[in-house]
Each structure stands twice: as C-alpha cells, then as structure tokens.
Design a protein around this ligand. Structure first.
Ligand code: NOJ
Length: 552
C-alpha cells in the first residue's frame, strides 16, 4: 500500500469525450465551447480533475486517436483560443485538466509520416517500414481493430506497422529523434499549464528487435511481443525525466496486458507514471472473443479487483467504463428494473476502493447501452471492422447474428451523445447528432437527475463527499470477505483505527449473508435503498442493494 499523500490520490476524475459531450454550434459534433458551457455541471459533481479525450488536429478515423498535428486543435472542436479559455475556466473552478497523449502512433496524415513515406529529411526511421517476403506481411501481428497489422504504402513501396487502424502508423521509439520530438511536444503542453497526461497504450511503445511473430492463437496476435517490450520502462522513465518530472502533474498510462506484478514496475515508487489503466476486469466477459456472448461471474470480477487492491506495489486507478467500453450499468448491473439501484451500487464500488476513481460522462446518470438495430447506425471502426471482417471471412452471415454481442460490447455505446434533457436530441445539439441519441433520454437525463434527490447523480455527489470525509476509503487496506460468494461482494477498508464495511448484492434477488463484521456496525454511511434494513449478525440485502457502514 502506497500511503504517501498527494492531491491526485485524493482526486476524483471526470472523463469528457468531447465529440459526444455538448455541441455549441449545431454541427452535430461536440466541441470545446460546449464543454466550457457545461463546466458548472461538472464542478457541481464535486470532481477535481477533467480528463479530456484527444482534441488535436486529426482526420478523425479513430475519433482523434489518429493525430495529424499535436500542437493544433481539431477544427470541429474549436480553436486554440477556445482550448485556452477552457483551461482557464477549469482552473477558475479549482479543477485541473489532464490531456490525452497519443504517442504510440500518429495519423498517416501527420507530417512525420508524409516525410517518412517519401524518405525525406531523415524521416524514414520514424516508423516501421519493411518489405516482407513475396508481398507477405513482415510478421503475423494483427491490428487491435481486426486484420493484419501491416499495410502496403505505394509511395514508399514498403509496408508499415499499425497496431490499430491502417491510418494510425506506429512510431519507432528506438529512433532518438522521435523521442526528442515527442518530449518537446509534451513540454510545450506542460508550459501551457496542463495538469497531466493520460497516455494512450503507453506500454506498447517499445517493439522487440526483429519484430518476432506472436502466438497465432491469441485474439490480438503479437500482443505478448509488442507490450512491455525491452525498452518500454526505459523510454517511459526517460520521458518522465525529460518532461513532467519537473511539474506537479498527474500521469496515468493505459497499459495493455499487465498484471499487478508488471504494473508495479510502471507505478511503483521509482516508476515513471503515477497510475495505470489495466484491462483485467474488462476481460472477465471477453473470454470467448469479441463477437461471442459476454458471460461473466462475480467471483472472477472480485478476484481481479482484489488482486490489484492487495498486490499492486503502487497506486491504483479505478474505472468501470470509459469511451472504449460499454455502459457499466448494462454490463455489470441491470439496465431494466434495477437500473437506478445497480448504477448506484457500481458507483459505491468505484468510490470505496483504494485508488483514484474515474467517472465517464453519463455514468453519473446511469446511462445505458444503445439498442443498435443495424450496422449502419454504428460509427466505431472497431465494431464495424470486427463485424465486416467476420462477414468477409464467412464466419457469420450478417449483422443480425452478432447483434447482441455488438449491443453488449460496442465502444459506440459509450459514445452516444450525453443526455442533458428530454428534448429531441437530448439537449446535446440543435443539429443532427453524429451518433444517435439513446431513446431513453426522455427519462434518463441530467435535467431530471438534478431535480430528483433520489437520482444516481445525487448519489454520486454523496459518494464524492463520503470519500472526502473518510480517508480509509482512499488510503485504507482492503480485506475481501466471502471471496467465493456468487452474488455478494463484501469488504472491509481499514486505516489505523478506522474501518468501514462495504456490502454489495450484485444480483436481482434478495440474499442473506452472515458476516462477523455485520455485528460491529456503528453507523450507516451510505445506502442505495431508502430506508435500508437494519444490520445484525446477518445482513439481508435486497436486489442490487449497496451499503457502507462505519465499524466500531
Ligand atoms: C486506446 C484508446 O482509448 C482508443 O480509443 C483508441 O482507439 C486506441 N487506444 C488507439 O489509439
């Protein structure tokens, strides 16, 4: 347990996906002025930090994760002046702004790639170029979005590596000039006054020499080769020294294929970043491939969280969803009868574990997955790519066959417009929204939640406060109780003389459990049922009931 106190450990982060948050000019796409207009709402949640998904110049094939100019703002989102105003307004409200850093790859429209493909001014070595034999790909790696990780470029007459879409070419970090340019760019943003970086797939920046083949049976072929590569830690450490080590900022790295042991190298006392996003809890319902049904069980989920709580030598980040994941209430809760209760229960989990909680826009409203009907409604290149590739390979006949998997998994579930009110486009835009608005915005929306004291939103505000007043929820040690119980997740958080008991019934039926701690409860700190039932030596929990007690 990492007990040294700092602001970013005590902070709550709110993630804004600008494309879907608020559109100020009626073009159907969210923008920076839209974010500025909603800052009082965000500040009203009590959060401390905003993480803004990429707003840099980009052809938007992957909604900004394909950057063509790191030092310019994408036109649809506004201007650098708008961004500067956003930063000032965030700071005025005593919040901080964390920017996305996407440096594993650039867009193929980036000047570096343009020069690289033409072999100009020494730029060839900025990316990975290979001939391959007889027109074959240089190795068997696949892209995270489906298909080969290599693409032939006519101008260069060679193939280049792309771990994501073919419009996202991987940078060659072994080239010192690449690293220097990236560090310059990071310092440029730091000097503008930002408060940190969220680093995209940062542990994939070092590829092993010779780019060896990966395990052909893995869903993402090559992943064990290109993650945690030989210099990943070294380059990240160099990056920290050359850039943000001199600033009071927070850093969180998205890391593929890490467990608490490998993760500890990155976020431990000497590690280059403060915390990381891992995927282990996001994989519990992904055991049989993206297009298969998503079955999961609570004991697996508990085991993953418990392991990270106890085994990580460093600080945890806590997230249940983001712009790449389905809506959490649809995934691990119940988006029907118990939507409100289960959304609150999942919030309780997020705010009562040790680590920094991240709330994704709309999560505080209990927003749900979208009822996708046709492939054409989807925008995300991962969802569309996976379905089209399966049709092409003859694995499925049509969309209908995998509709449920897409409804469960698609990243577009998180990207449908933020539901501000019950008007035609949910108050997101006056124009035609770039992605459909969920029809349930008529009842699930921010305006309704603000006026309803029993809403998920008010409960989230209460949780932010609870965490602020109970340090054991931030810095405490986690003790899992009833590890094998299939529907109840119970744990104690302890710090010096203070202890709390958290009991969550992750199921739609009432359950009674016997717990020694239930007899020691002193005060009910939080509950998603009103009024809650009394605790005794046993605890009866109603469907999706969540309770937090202070223990004597
Ligand atoms: C992770 C980002 O979160 C995701 O949205 C993106 O598609 C990939 N990295 C590639 O940048």
């Amino acid at each position: 347990m990492d007990e040294q106190r700092t602001w970013w450990k005590e902070a709550v982060v709110y993630q804004i996906y600008p494309r879907s948050f608020a559109d100020s000019d009626g073009d159907g796409v969210g923008d920076l002025r839209g974010v500025i207009e909603k800052l009082d709402y965000v500040a009203g949640l009590g959060v401390d930090v905003i993480w803004l998904n990429p707003v840099y110049e980009s052809p938007q094939h992957d909604n900004g994760y394909d950057i063509s100019d790191y030092r310019a703002i994408h036109e649809e989102y506004g201007t650098m002046g708008d961004w500067e105003e956003l930063l000032a307004q965030v700071h005025e409200r005593d919040m901080r702004l964390v920017m996305d850093l996407v440096v594993n790859h650039t867009s193929v429209d980036h000047e570096w790639f343009q020069k690289s493909r033409r072999d100009e001014d020494g730029y060839r070595e900025y990316y990975f170029w290979h001939e391959g034999e007889d027109g074959e790909a240089p190795n068997n790696w696949t892209s995270g979005f489906g298909g080969d990780a290599w693409n032939y470029d006519e101008t260069a007459g060679l193939q280049y590596l792309h771990l994501f879409d073919e419009t996202q070419a991987d940078l060659n970090w072994d080239n010192e000039a690449v690293r220097e340019n990236v560090y310059d760019m990071m310092n440029w943003w730091l000097e503008k006054g930002i408060d940190g970086f969220r680093m995209d797939v940062i542990n994939a920046i070092s590829k092993p020499e010779g780019l060896p083949d990966g395990d052909p049976d893995s869903e993402w072929v090559g992943i064990e080769q290109f993650t945690n590569g030989p210099e990943a830690l070294g380059y990240m450490t160099e990056m920290a020294t050359e850039t943000y080590d001199d600033y009071d900022v927070m850093t969180v790295g998205e890391c593929l294929d890490v467990d608490p042991e490998t993760g500890s190298d990155y976020v431990g006392a000497d590690g280059p970043i403060d915390m990381l996003f891992h995927f282990e809890h996001m994989s519990v319902d992904q055991k049989s491939g993206w297009l298969s049904p998503s079955e999961w069980n609570l004991t697996d989920l508990k085991a993953v969280f418990s392991e990270w709580q106890t085994d990580l030598d460093g600080w945890n980040s806590l997230y249940l969803t983001n712009h790449d994941q389905p809506r959490i209430v649809s995934r691990f809760g119940d988006d029907g009868e118990y939507r409100r209760e289960s959304a609150k229960l999942l919030g309780t989990l997020l705010f009562t574990l040790s680590g920094t909680p991240y709330v994704y826009q709309g999560q505080e409203l209990g927003m749900t997955n979208y009822p996708w009907e046709r492939l054409e409604q989807l925008d995300d290149l991962q969802s569309v790519g996976k379905v089209e590739a399966a049709i092409e390979a003859g694995e499925i006949a049509d969309f209908e066959e995998v509709k449920q998997a897409v409804r469960d998994r698609s990243r577009d579930n998180a990207r449908t417009p933020m539901q501000w009110d019950d008007s035609e486009h949910a108050g997101f835009t006056d124009g035609e929204p770039w992605l459909p608005v969920n029809p349930n915005h008529e009842t699930i929306n921010a305006a309704a939640a603000v006026t309803d004291r029993d809403s998920v939103l008010h409960y989230y505000r209460d949780l932010v406060e609870l965490r602020e007043t109970h340090e054991e929820l931030i810095y405490g040690a986690y003790n899992l109780l009833l590890p094998n119980h299939e529907s109840v997740w119970a744990y104690r958080m302890e710090l010096e003389d203070d202890a709390v008991l958290v009991a969550l019934n992750v199921d739609d039926t009432e359950t009674t459990v016997t717990l020694d701690d239930a007899a020691r409860t002193e005060e009910l700190l939080c509950s998603n049922y009103n009024p809650p039932t009394e605790a005794g030596a046993s605890l009866t929990l109603r469907p999706y009931e969540a309770r937090v007690y202070r223990l004597e």
